[in-house]
Design a protein. Structure first.
Length: 299
């Protein structure tokens, strides 16, 4: 396995570098990191049109299963004009393609386990290659990196500008995963869960309205095979397993988060509620409020 990674790593790194090197740069987000550390509410300079769709946005979304990484990453991707790349989607595409890997993947994913780094790098490289040929630049990664090893390899390959760590209490995460539905025709995601969690264990009360499908989708809804209660709990356990490993080593935080925290790139974001409450607050934290207004008007 290690030999495979060694073989694959240079390929991944160079592909990532190559796919990012053809774009012109103005000020990179990493150049304005000090501003982020000074202010909690506004961490980036205002977005200007020349920054949109540029390599200045090499962002990562972290967070437990069901927290809403896909929802917010995809909205930001539309707003910033950079691709939203979700490794979970790449895995599911491969799984449904009946390709050579699909049987193996089905077993792993439906048990809530992580797919091997080799398979993930391979799928990601193919996705980047396809994007490169279409002239894509920048990215919002969702679901990657998920392990310390993936984080280190990504770091060797390219500079990540910002890491957004979405947070939500665990009982709500489980309810959200169980309420998740996808339209089998248009591919859009919805959520049938109506969340009303009382304040407890230091967590504030949280309410989230369901995100219901329009009538043309409602008869075509499907549930992800890994969104059963047993598998969701296993996915959460695996997500937190690395934290336990670190706690045993005397550290206080999850290794991937900690990696980016030490680099000064981690932005923690506690979701205050559903999309109507959280989206404007997230834009505010990212100093993108003005663009959010334009986005709402266009949506
Ligand atoms: P979630 O974040 O809700 O658990 P995703 O859609 O991101 O779900 O991923 C679905 C599944 O795809 C994961 O449970 C895992 O099996 C696989 N997967 C996705 N990204 C990775 C990754 N970076 N490394 C390993 N496995 C991954």
């Amino acid at each position: 396995m290690a030999a495979l990674i060694r073989l694959f790593k240079p390929q991944f790194s160079s592909l990532l570098r190559r796919s990012l090197s053809s774009t012109t740069t103005t000020a990179t987000v990493s150049e304005i990191q000090p501003q982020r550390q000074r202010s909690n509410s506004s961490i980036l300079p205002p977005l200007t049109d020349d920054l949109k769709g540029s390599k200045n946005f090499q962002w990562v979304f972290l967070g437990c299963p069901g927290v809403g990484k896909g929802t917010y990453a995809s909205r930001l991707s539309t707003l910033l004009g950079v691709p939203h790349i979700a490794t979970g989607d790449l895995v599911r595409e491969e799984l449904s393609s009946s390709g050579p890997l699909s049987h193996q993947l089905e077993e792993i994913v439906n048990q809530g386990k992580l797919v091997s780094d080799e398979i993930i790098f391979n799928l990601l490289s193919k996705r980047l290659e396809a994007g490169e040929s279409k002239g894509e630049s920048g990215f919002i990664l969702d679901g990657f990196p998920r392990t310390l090893r993936q984080t280190e390899i990504l770091d060797e390959a390219t500079e990540i500008d910002l890491v957004i760590n979405l947070k939500l209490r665990e009982d709500v995460l489980i309810e959200k995963c169980l309420g998740r539905r996808i339209c089998s025709e248009c591919g859009k995601s919805f959520n049938l869960a109506s969340i009303n969690a009382k304040a407890e264990n230091g967590y504030p009360e949280i309410t989230m309205a369901p995100l219901l499908p329009p009538s043309q989708c409602s008869s075509k809804l499907i549930t992800r095979a890994d969104d059963t209660e047993l598998v969701v709990r296993e996915r959460l356990r695996i997500y937190k397993k690395q934290m336990d490993l670190y706690l045993r080593l005397g550290e206080q935080s999850e290794p991937v988060e900690d990696y980016y925290r030490k680099q000064g790139k981690l932005m923690e974001f506690d979701l205050p509620g559903g999309i109507p409450e959280s989206w404007p607050k997230l834009l505010e934290a990212l100093n993108l409020d003005d663009y959010g207004d334009k986005w709402s008007a266009a949506a």
